[in-house]
Design a protein around this ligand. Sequence first.
Ligand SMILES: Nc1ncnc2c1ncn2[C@@H]1O[C@H](COP(=O)(O)OP(=O)(O)OP(=O)(O)O)[C@@H](O)[C@H]1O
Ligand SMILES: [Mg+2]
Length: 375
Amino acid sequence: MAKLRILVVDDEPFIRAGIERILRNFRVDYPFMAEPFEFEIVEAATGEEGIDQIESNKPDIILLDNKLPGIQGVEVLEYVKKKKHDIVVVMITSYASLELAVKATADGAYDFIPKPFTPQELKSAIESITKHVFLVRMTKELQATGKQIRFQFLSVLSHELKAPLNAIEGYLRMMQEKQLGDQIDDYEQAIDRSMQRIKGMRTLILDLLDMTRIESGQKEKNIQELNLASIASSAIDTAKPIAIQKDVKMILKTSSDTTFLADSSEMEIVFNNLISNAVKYNRDGGSVEVFIEKLDDSVIIKVSDTGIGMAQEDLARLFQDFVRIKNEKTREISGTGLGLSIMKKVVETYNGKVDVTSTPDVGSVFTVILPIKAQ
Ligand SMILES: Nc1ncnc2c1ncn2[C@@H]1O[C@H](COP(=O)(O)OP(=O)(O)OP(=O)(O)O)[C@@H](O)[C@H]1O
Ligand SMILES: [Mg+2]
């Protein structure tokens, strides 16, 4: 059983005893908690005594009356803040001094409980404080162990996989219950949609495999002299089916020499992602320009489009895992939000850099700079 220590600072003995009695056998459970929390109460009759208790007993939570004989509650609150103690402070105040309680909350108290309170009111306040303490601690712990990212990653991932599974299950149920008729033809659309969702999941899984390999450094590079122009040209071919549907023109411009020492599958990741995005997020009848230039010490790849563009504030998040910009213009466009983050990771393994500029409804320019290693 996990234990939280609550320090009650109040000059009225019956309040302290009452709180002790109410919380003595109280437990807080929460689905994510490994075990329920119970409470140990320590008491102080004055602010000065409270500060002594803070130092000697290290409480997790303080229930703090403001009107005390010596120093006031807010001064104890200030002390906790100044010492940067990791303690949740909750003010207990009479209704008359509600204004003060609001101020204390602004000064760093987590909440306040108006006096007089019923046992149930106290319990529900303690329950919400306990959950808060638990979540803060868990987040800290996950951050410290580097698991925070993993946790976020897995929760988004499971969400991404759950949605298509639910959809497919729905379509299968329609068939099982023969909701649309007895003929297989009646379900053509349901089958098509299910296939689409399966395709989406497969892409997601392949993307994840790419990403895990790159991140774990397990992916061995097969470095060869490549002609980047021909890799770009086959990425353009790959994007053609969608480009034709949207009537988007694709142009490739290069300097005369586009040779570069790299792994071809990784350069394919770079071009495929940039070009497929430039087509996907384009307007009907728009265009995409792919530009490759080899300089003395680097190769520059620039993919510009005449598409929907992005707002300035979205640009910074773009390269994070699973980030998709959600608005009216992107609502109908499908994707996993992994393409750019994978691409960036690849580029970074070559000590390269990715940059983007964009204007809403005008278009975007993605620039990749890959340094040429001194031989
Ligand atoms: N050329 C572009 N123009 C406008 N928005 C873009 C462009 N490229 C990317 N974006 C925005 O950035 C987001 C992230 O792109 P990213 O390629 O990582 O994922 P995605 O295209 O949604 O999915 P996928 O993993 O299938 O590529 C997109 O969802 C889109 O909102
Ligand atoms: Mg993409």
